[in-house]
Design a binder for this molecule. Sequence first.
Ligand SMILES: *[C@@H]1O[C@H](CO)[C@@H](O)[C@H](O)[C@H]1NC(C)=O
Ligand SMILES: *[C@@H]1O[C@H](CO)[C@@H](O)[C@H](O)[C@H]1NC(C)=O
Length: 500
Amino acid sequence: MANSVGAWIWSALLLFAFIASASSDESVAEETPSAVLTLDASNFSETIAKHPFLVVEFYAPWCGHCKKLEPEYEKAASILSKHDPPIVLAKVNANEEINKDLASTHGVRGFPTLKILRNEGKNIQDYKGPRDADGIVEYLKKQVGPASAEIKSSEDAVNFIDEKKVFIVGVFPEYSGEEFDNFTKLAEKLRSDYDFGHTSDAKLLPRGDTAVKGPVVRLFKPFDELFVDFQDFHLDALEGSIEVASIPVVTIFDKEPSNHPYVIKFFNNQNAKVLLFIHFSEQYFDSFKSKYLEVAENYKGKKMSFLLGDIKASEGAFQYFGLVESQVPLIILQENDGKKYLKPNLEPDQIATWLREYVDGSLTPFIKSEPIPELNDEPVKVVVANSLRDVVFNSGKNVLLEFYAPWCGHCKKLAPILDEVAVSLHDDADVIIAKMDATANDVPSEFQVQGYPTLYFSSAAGKLLQYEGGRTVDDFIDFIKKNKDSVVETIQSDPIKDEL
Ligand SMILES: *[C@@H]1O[C@H](CO)[C@@H](O)[C@H](O)[C@H]1NC(C)=O
Ligand SMILES: *[C@@H]1O[C@H](CO)[C@@H](O)[C@H](O)[C@H]1NC(C)=O
């Protein structure tokens, strides 16, 4: 569950990032044969056997992001076909029945998914580069070379170390020994996430330090303390240090694409997440930022991650949390199980106090809910997050509850059917037919809502079932009659009887 919460938000936020990074250059001529190989289950293995380095895009014909990627991918494939050694780009239509196994063995869960296959597919990594043609070319050129580039001169250092990205350099008196081997292994493993280099001469590095002889790993980053050194060469320890050091104390979320990789990292980590949303263009920006940084520093290592978001880039997040602009400046904290806390109309001086109250357990969780309707006289009753417990669990009634989304076609088809069910059962005072807009209300954790419509039945005695039967009026009525508890009976039932 925790992960699906993260993934949701993540895609909402990144929708924007993707649109911003995909350029609109569609200059690939229609007639030229495609530089991208089309593969399917019949020739996948033989093709990867032929190419030591192959990039595969798993796509679906109906996927909008795939369509946006297509001209960029094509252009990149054409440029990279002339590269030495050749870099081959391929695609698989994962929507086709024969390719579904292929997609699932490659862990494809959304579209497009891009994988880098090396060594006949024995080494597979996620493609984590940009999605515009130039970005794809640049990223893949680095991926096909050695995992760690040797820095032999100050020019190398300047060329390799991108000041806007994390860059990890190993300093070794000589390129051998266990430390060097471990560094190289880790560079292979993490090469699609970070850029790596190694040198025997620390003074070639930016902010170079002649005293450093190594073995040492120095991580350069475009934020916070700008570089960190590590000397523990155990693989897990080194990987852990790199992960921690490459997340900023405060992740900035705005329209600047170079910040987006950190936003992805922020949402993928397992900490509780604190998000402060303000207008970056307002006068108050500096005082919020400095107070927030100070607080975040104090919570370092305490399983909390901090993000500062510009309201201009945060439409997706606002929709997801059910927030409105008049609440800005606002701070929201989300735990891994989805529990949330909110303080709207915040002042910089209140950040530290609010978090202390959270840690002390004195805050009340925030639940996204539409207002409880004053009039609820349609056959199908409207339930919102704040009335769900009263209507479903505490009413002592048998409730059929539909979770729907306003845009969902199957839900629209179902609406008149549920109306009819409700009208037919109108005279049965023990039964309620209800619906909740699951996009505007938080769904309690008792329910698993992964698609729309999702239907649950809660009996008067408190038995909760997911409804998976047919969708005709008779199907629903039969199910309800079979599963409902008589309200009178439940009142009479007592522990002694239950034991018999
Ligand atoms: C793989 O097979 C498909 C259809 O069977 C074909 O369209 C495609 O061109 C083949 N690809 C290669 C690289 O042979
Ligand atoms: C290299 O990593 C392995 C696995 O973590 C570890 O056993 C070994 O001690 C490491 N070598 C050094 C010099 O830290």
